[in-house]
Design a protein around this ligand. Structure first.
Ligand SMILES: *Cc1c(COP(=O)(O)O)cnc(C)c1O
Length: 371
């Protein structure tokens, strides 16, 4: 029996396959407090204290994802930590400076031709390093969104008026926790806008609630192609048979899926773990897209890895594995600077009509490039 099946047999012995594989059941049984968590995990004294703290970023995890994080470094991405109360230099509650860029409720227009549309504050599980912890999870129920439907109107109106917007990135919160009907409505309204070429949905659902990827959901999304998914994966332990199936169903629906990974200390900050994650994703037709430096939200120091280490990790992938397996390493700059791509220096200067370039093995080559 694999680890997840054992976990389920032990803690949810009376739950049928049908219930376990029903995303509504998973959401209705989310673990949200110390007492519930204690039944399933041996909590350390510090974890208990952290769970009791008032005024913290909310805690929630689906039974499914609890079975995944059990015995995995992923546990630290979900369980509150006392270190979250330590505020370090440069940390803020809105590190990406999204609030000043809001052009309508939930709508961030930072780049010339695309917008970010925050459609809900709800997630099935809350990542402790969440860049939008100021926004998500607080008093939000699954049906309450940033102002469902009524306030989406302003965003639709803005996008319709701004003909330069050819790409709408739906995020939140996790938009795939919205009901089928609500998603159908949202996609339909965006598709009515002629200059919107592509729609992207940002979601962690395939990793934390893979049973949400139902045939009905995929049928709805298929109506509005081209739709892309930007998925969030952190560690190879997330690639379970359930998640693999969700990713393959997504690919078979013709939805190109990319993955965004946040670089996290002691969780995925070593070459073997990162490479394994990228390989597993490709096996299930998910293309690694971004590797993000962890944003400086309040109390996130214990998650952050030095940028120099991030460059080393990317260098350990580039050239040593398929180019498809190498995500782009990026820092989203506090104060609204946007994403900046971090690359190791490969251009080493010029020698007459030649430039000097460094390859993945750090050998220098001369390349003809007369001025
Ligand atoms: C990340 C982001 C996007 C999308 O950026 P891409 O590089 O195109 O994936 C768009 N708008 C905002 C505000 C973002 O933070």
């Amino acid at each position: 029996m694999n680890k997840a099946d054992y976990f389920r047999k032990r803690f949810y012995p009376d739950v049928s396959d049908e219930q376990w594989n029903d995303w509504h059941w998973q959401l209705s049984r989310r673990l949200t407090g110390e007492q519930e968590l204690k039944r399933l995990f041996d909590l350390t004294h510090d974890e208990e204290l952290a769970l009791k703290q008032k005024d913290s970023f909310p805690f929630a995890i689906t039974p499914y994802y609890a079975s995944v994080v059990d015995g995995s470094p992923l546990r630290k991405t979900m369980f509150p930590d006392l270190k979250e109360k330590i505020c370090s230099n440069g940390e803020t509650d809105d590190p990406l400076g999204e609030e000043p860029c809001m052009v309508a409720p939930g709508l961030v227009h930072r780049y010339p031709d695309r917008v970010l549309f925050l459609t809900t504050k709800y997630c099935s599980c809350y990542c402790r390093y969440c860049t939008r912890s100021r926004l998500v999870g607080r008093h939000s129920s699954q049906t309450e969104t940033i102002g469902l439907k009524a306030s989406w109107e302003e965003a639709f109106k803005y996008i319709a008026k701004h003909t330069e917007v050819r790409d709408v990135l739906i995020s939140g919160g996790d938009p795939l926790t919205l009901s089928d009907n609500t998603l159908d409505y949202l996609l339909c309204r965006l598709r009515e806008i002629k200059h919107v070429e592509i729609i992207r949905i940002g979601s962690k659902v395939p990793a934390v609630l893979p049973m949400r990827i139902t045939p009905d959901l995929l049928k709805i999304i298929q109506k509005y192609h081209p739709v892309f998914f930007s998925l969030h994966f952190t560690h190879p332990d997330e690639i379970t048979p359930e998640t693999a199936k969700a990713c393959e169903d997504i690919a078979n629906t013709g939805i190109p899926a990319g993955s965004q990974t946040v670089l996290l200390k002691d969780i995925n900050d070593d070459p073997d773990t990162l490479k394994k994650l990228m390989h597993e994703l490709l096996k299930h037709r998910v293309r690694p897209y971004y590797l993000f430096q962890c944003d400086p939200i309040l109390g996130s120091m214990h998650f952050r890895v030095p940028v120099s280490r991030g460059i080393e990790l990317i260098n350990a992938l580039r050239g040593y594995t398929s180019g498809y397996a190498v995500p782009t390493y990026a820092i989203d700059i506090p104060g609204g600077g946007g994403k900046i791509i971090i690359n190791d220096q490969r251009y080493m200067g010029r020698d007459g009509d030649f430039i000097l370039l460094k390859n993945f093995e750090n050998k220098i080559y001369r390349y003809p490039d007369p001025i």
